[in-house]
Design a protein around this ligand. Structure first.
Ligand SMILES: *[C@@H]1O[C@H](CO)[C@@H](O)[C@H](O)[C@H]1NC(C)=O
Ligand SMILES: *[C@@H]1O[C@H](CO)[C@@H](O)[C@H](O)[C@H]1NC(C)=O
Ligand SMILES: *[C@@H]1O[C@H](CO)[C@@H](O)[C@H](O)[C@H]1NC(C)=O
Length: 462
């Protein structure tokens, strides 16, 4: 009798332990790992009405080590940490990108690297780490990057995927660990004559003349100045702003599946030709112009399309588009027209940060329930729509896709047997483990009892 009680007690104890050790947030079998999160602030950007900052900030604060990035969320805040609305400081874009620094080399002074693409000798002191493609030769090399839509666009990479960084085995000989470069382009539109014109970088508003080029990045470079209303009191308006960013990550281990970042650009000039897909050139113009429609009918939509061949085998687990104001949607299709992702802009309708009227404050993201398998050499089609009731300069059409090289082993995880949403998985997992453990403990108890009984008989017989 006493032994029976002991068995039940052990059983109870083990069950409690099991339930405690699998907290719902940790999920099952390590596929949902504990996600860490930290908030960082960039060095300050000093802005005046009409001023432009296009800063390349080297060695920004970032989580170190061999980790898997899960998300990068950001916003612009003032000295008090208060979010700054887009109608005061327009966030044209920001991008983050890792790089290696040669051991013993002096760290570059940020001012020396206004534009790393023209000033750096990439072979000697710095190796920029590029994303998977496709426009890595012309400035779309980053891992994360958005613009005005930053506050309401999800960058989260679902479990069990993450972007692997800082793998010590991949560090080139003679180079130190990863550092991160942040390029942030912001335009202070307080008191400007033409807010829309300033954020679309209309050259004449910046007193810049470049042939037939009406507007775009070449006219709103670092320290350029957009025209401010005459009589606008410019004194005392200088302020310091910060790029506040929240990084979420997991420590790397074999339960995390690596995903790579690819950026597809609707202005890519790539053309199908003979030869290997990997070696084919992608000239990406990044920006394009939308001319106003001639008819003032209801069909004033500019549709821009591009077919691109994919240089990878993998599974799309996340996708989102990037558009500028005037954008009315972007989509990614297979060659046969089957939809992969439609990403729609969300326009604000108020005054407060995150909901500024007239600005794109978010882009919807796609998390395909079944990751979209893409084969090497397969063609995908991009489609970007802008309203052209009025013309736009310097608009963009990018698709970010996160591509996993492999999917989770289907039989690794018990819950795959049940088609249930992820949220209830951990409960099922607890239940399943509990049943298994209970069973094992029960058998152990029975065996233990039998052995003891046998011992008893033996001792009697001797
Ligand atoms: C642009 O040039 C005009 C004439 O040279 C000058 O009056 C004006 O202040 C300049 N505007 C800006 C924003 O620099
Ligand atoms: C773009 O506009 C065309 C024509 O109106 C429409 O057929 C298509 O569905 C639109 N695509 C997106 C992504 O909104
Ligand atoms: C996984 O399970 C499926 C169906 O239960 C089975 O057909 C398949 O062979 C299993 N795969 C492995 C690798 O065990």
């Amino acid at each position: 009798m006493a032994r029976y009680c002991g068995g039940s007690l052990i059983l109870f104890f083990v069950l409690v332990l099991v339930i405690l050790s699998i907290s719902p947030s940790q999920g099952f079998l390590g596929t949902e790992k504990k996600i860490k999160s930290q908030v960082f602030f960039s060095p300050k950007l000093v802005m005046n009405p009409g001023s432009v900052a296009d800063s390349y900030l080297f060695d920004i604060d970032f989580p170190r080590g061999h980790i898997g990035l899960k998300a990068f969320d950001a916003e612009v805040v003032d000295e008090a940490g208060k979010p700054v609305p887009l109608h005061e400081t327009y966030l044209h874009h920001w991008v983050v990108q890792p790089y290696y620094v040669r051991k013993g080399s002096k760290l570059p002074q940020p001012e020396m690297f206004r534009n790393p693409e023209s000033n750096l000798d990439p072979i000697s002191d710095i190796i920029l780490v590029k994303n998977g493609g496709l426009c890595t030769s012309v400035g779309l090399r980053h891992f994360f990057g958005l613009g005005s839509e930053t506050r309401q666009t999800s960058t989260y990479l679902p479990d069990p995927y993450a972007i692997e960084i800082g793998n010590p085995e991949e560090t080139p000989d003679g180079y130190d660990e990863f550092k991160w470069l942040l390029n942030i382009h912001a335009i202070d539109t307080r008191g400007v004559e033409d807010k829309t014109g300033c954020i679309e970088c209309l050259c004449h508003l910046y007193n810049v003349t470049i042939d037939d080029y009406k507007g775009g990045l070449y006219c709103c470079y670092d320290k350029s100045q957009c025209r401010v209303k005459s009589g606008f009191d410019n004194g005392e308006k200088t302020r310091s702003l910060y790029f506040k960013y929240t990084v979420r990550w997991v420590d790397w281990d074999s339960s995390v599946l690596p995903a790579k970042v690819y950026i597809l650009d609707v202005t890519d000039s790539w053309k199908r030709s003979e030869g290997s897909i990997d070696s084919q050139e992608h000239i990406c113009h990044l920006e394009y112009e939308v001319k106003p429609c001639k008819t003032n009918g209801d069909e004033c939509i500019d549709v821009k399309k591009k077919s691109l061949m994919m240089p990878f085998n993998g599974y799309i687990v996340y996708a989102t588009a990037h558009q500028h104001a005037g954008g009315i949607g972007g989509a990614l299709y297979r060659e046969n027209g089957e939809g992969i992702c439609t990403s729609m802009p969300k326009y604000g309708n108020g005054d407060e940060p995150g909901n500024e009227a007239g600005y794109i404050v978010g882009m919807s993201s796609c998390y395909p329930a079944d990751p979209v398998k893409v084969s090497y050499g397969e063609t995908l089609k991009l489609e970007f729509n802008y309203s052209n009731e009025v013309g736009h300069t310097g608009v963009m059409g990018l698709f970010y896709i996160f591509v996993a090289q492999q999917l989770p082993e289907p039989n690794n995880s018990l819950p795959k047997l049940f088609e249930v949403p992820a949220r209830s998985l951990s409960f099922l997992a607890i239940l399943a483990v509990t049943v298994v453990v209970a069973f094992v403990v029960l058998i152990a108890a029975v065996i233990y009892r039998r052995q003891n009984q046998e011992d008893g008989y033996q001792s009697l017989s001797t």
